[in-house]
Design a protein around this ligand. Structure first.
Ligand code: UTP
Length: 386
């Protein structure tokens, strides 16, 4: 029965894609400070053999999905002062990864100044201008409206937007099942969630407060509440947000029209600055407050919201840190597990030690692999299928 509902949702999502009613939003304006890569995070080489950058893996998924649907899927890419020029140049250099130029749109978010945590005064950088940083992924709403792209979406007949972040190569871009459930249930906004690894994991959780669905950021959730368990010992607040969403375009329009600006969250961070004597200071401890809007604060404004649980290993493997959890190493391992699994399910022979990469242009999922790889095919050399 559950299976049937999923298949119905998939069919509904595929109809929307075929009808050209779907667009995709990629947010790529973050500074990626934890990863410590000196370029926009989307340029980070994640393919184990091909060294394909994150941008390519996501854009090729979109291209594969668009070819399958035989309909265009416009890509709306948010950048910031920190990432704009390099991102636009990178897409140009790679010919938009095969996406038609008329279907790729860049729009830029704004900045917010940082203030000194003790004095509350604005910080000045070594170039004697205000120290600023991107104003958070929630800035997407105003940035889309200002750039005229909300109007462009409407003009093109786009009704639904699949939203994903640049750091997760296993996000299923424009997943028909997710789009289908969202549309069939008449939702304004949806979120995919996975089980949190531990109470302390730094991940927002989806909760219902007095019947209103919302996401509480980890920094706003006291640890003793995050640690609460049910009688079976499972976390009560288990539903970690993957930051994969679907939006109904009309909902985005409504938020902008109503001037429902999302609130600012305050983050305590290390911010380099220039002291009163004009000396550059690189602080060793958190010295400043930064202000960011989060897109998930739109969730409680939705008339109807869907929270869909998904398989963490399959869909949530973000590149946040340089090493350890949520790093390039864990994301590559997740991709390897996925590709090996698809090949074995198709009846191919491959052992774990043989590296293999499957381009989204070869196959978007296990079914497509099964259609293209003959049972019994043996992979004994490192292989890229594309
Ligand atoms: P994160 O909150 O993980 O931030 O962004 P980050 O910039 O990538 O990394 P740190 O925290 O500095 O290490 C999640 C997603 O939201 C985007 C990022 O590009 C990423 O896709 N984002 C974040 C923006 O587009 N704009 C922002 O102002 C912040």
């Amino acid at each position: 029965d559950e299976r049937k509902r999923w298949e119905q949702a998939r069919a509904a999502g595929e109809r929307l894609l075929k009808a050209g009613k779907v667009g995709a939003i990629l947010v790529a304006g973050g500074q990626g400070t934890r990863l410590g890569f000196d370029k926009p995070k989307g340029m980070f080489p994640i393919g184990a053999l091909s060294h394909a950058p994150l941008f390519q893996i996501l854009a090729h998924q979109l291209l594969g999905r668009s070819r399958r649907a035989a309909a265009p899927i416009p890509y709306f890419v948010m950048t910031s002062d920190a990432t704009h020029h390099e991102t636009v140049a990178f897409f140009r250099e790679h010919k938009n990864f095969g996406l038609p130029a008329g279907d790729v749109f860049f729009f830029q978010q704004g900045n917010m100044p940082a203030v000194d945590a003790e004095s509350g005064k604005l910080l000045v950088g070594s170039d004697q201008t205000l120290t600023t940083s991107p104003d958070g992924h929630g800035a997407m709403l105003t940035a889309l409206a200002k750039s005229g792209l909300l109007a462009e979406m409407k003009r093109r007949g786009i009704e639904y937007l699949h939203y994903h972040q640049v750091d997760n190569p296993t996000a299923i871009v424009c997943d028909p099942v997710f789009l289908g459930f969202h549309a069939e249930l008449g939702c304004d906004m949806s979120v995919k969630v996975v089980t949190k690894r531990s109470a302390a994991e730094r991940m927002g959780v989806a909760v219902d407060v007095d019947g209103v669905t919302q996401i509480i950021e980890y920094s706003d959730l006291p640890l003793d509440i995050a640690q609460k368990t049910d009688s079976a010992g499972a976390l009560l607040l288990w539903a970690g947000s993957t930051a994969i969403h679907v939006f109904t375009r009309a909902f985005l329009d409504r938020l902008v029209d109503h001037g429902d600006a999302l609130p600012f969250h305050v983050a305590h961070k290390k911010v380099p600055y220039c002291d009163a004597d004009g000396k550059a200071v690189n602080p060793q401890r958190e010295n400043a407050y930064k202000f960011e809007r989060f897109i998930f604060d739109a969730l409680p404004l939705a008339t109807r919201a869907l929270v869909l649980e998904t398989d963490r290993a399959r869909e949530f493997n973000p590149v946040k840190n340089a090493s350890g959890d949520d790093s390039p190493e864990t994301a590559r391992a997740a991709l390897a597990t996925l590709f090996h699994g698809w090949l074995r399910a198709a009846g191919a022979q491959i052992d774990d030690a043989t590296p293999v990469e499957i381009s989204p242009l070869f196959a978007l999922d296990g079914e497509e692999v099964r259609a293209k790889v003959k049972p019994g095919t043996k992979f004994s050399e490192p292989t890229i299928l594309n």
